[in-house]
Design a protein around this ligand. Structure first.
Ligand code: ATP
Ligand code: MG
Length: 257
């Protein structure tokens, strides 16, 4: 089922007298439950595309359609409600509140949505155990490692039972081993095993990365160049098909798994 449809989407930014064409006419469909990875060199438009897909920004022209509804018809308030209930965001720099425990940080989106304290606690303890932090619920961010902080960030992104999880370089602040663990965790959430299966919940994931080593078999890889999609393919496990920037290529480089 198509969840998000982009029709000839353009995004331009005015900078002084010049116009920056960040996205130049992208038309793609994102299906419910897909794991989409956006690759491409710096400035190619990855973060802009992610923000557009997640309804964080409106396009300059073209249409972004969520389950058949054009977001351009939404007011700012309606967009904010849509984002709060449907979109979970995992940040590169975690963005946890230092004065709050892991559990309180996880609960934050639900506090804003007015969910009762009892319900928040129970659900968020579930989520913390899902990301392997059951024992750390009462710890503060400065008592956690980078990888653990990002696990809290993931639990928080899941708190509102988001339809779509968006993540811009979620492993950018982690060493490569911790980064891979985080990708494996996000991948398992998307595959809908165990706990997710019980809940019949398979969030769609859209993730920006610089690191081709983060790809896992079955992920859909969109490669951007200069604001356009130059390749759209399902990763078959063969790293030789991409160069380090995610450009499909014949470059014979072996990537560390
Ligand atoms: N708010 C903005 N105002 C002006 N120009 C912007 C803005 N946001 C992005 N751009 C420009 O749009 C283009 C695409 O930017 P974007 O941040 O999407 O690239 P990116 O692929 O995410 O790069 P990186 O890998 O460095 O994060 C760049 O030329 C950038 O300078
Ligand atoms: Mg970016």
């Amino acid at each position: 089922m198509v969840l998000i449809e982009l029709k000839n989407v353009r995004k331009e930014y005015g900078v002084g007298d010049t116009l920056v064409h960040a996205i130049r006419g992208i038309s793609i469909d994102i299906n419910q439950g897909e794991f989409v990875v956006i690759l491409g060199k710096s400035g190619s438009g990855k973060s802009t595309l992610l923000s557009l897909l997640g309804g964080l920004e409106q396009p300059t022209s073209g249409n972004i359609i969520w389950r058949g509804e054009d977001l351009s018809a939404y007011s700012e308030d309606e967009l904010a409600i849509m984002r709060r209930s449907e979109v979970g965001i995992i940040f590169q720099h975690f963005f946890l509140l230092d004065s709050m425990t892991a559990l309180d940080n996880t609960e934050l989106p639900l506090l804003i949505s007015g969910v009762s304290k009892e319900d928040r606690r129970e659900w968020c303890m579930h989520l913390l155990s899902l990301v392997g932090l059951e024992e750390r619920a009462t710890h503060y961010p400065n008592e956690l490692s980078g990888g653990e902080r990002q696990r809290v960030g993931i639990a928080r992104a899941l708190a509102n039972k988001a339809t779509v999880i968006i993540a811009d370089e979620p492993t950018g602040d982690l060493d490569s081993k911790k980064g891979k663990e985080i990708i494996d965790l996000i991948y398992s959430l998307n595959k809908g095993d165990g706990f997710m299966k019980e809940l019949e919940w398979q969030p769609t994931i859209i993730l920006v990365t610089h690191d081709v080593g983060m790809l896992r078999k079955g992920m859909r890889v969109l490669t951007l160049s200069d604001g356009t999609v130059i390749s759209d393919q399902i990763f078959d496990g063969n790293y030789d098909k991409f160069d380090r920037l995610g450009n499909p290529s014949a470059v014979e480089t072996q990537y560390e798994q």
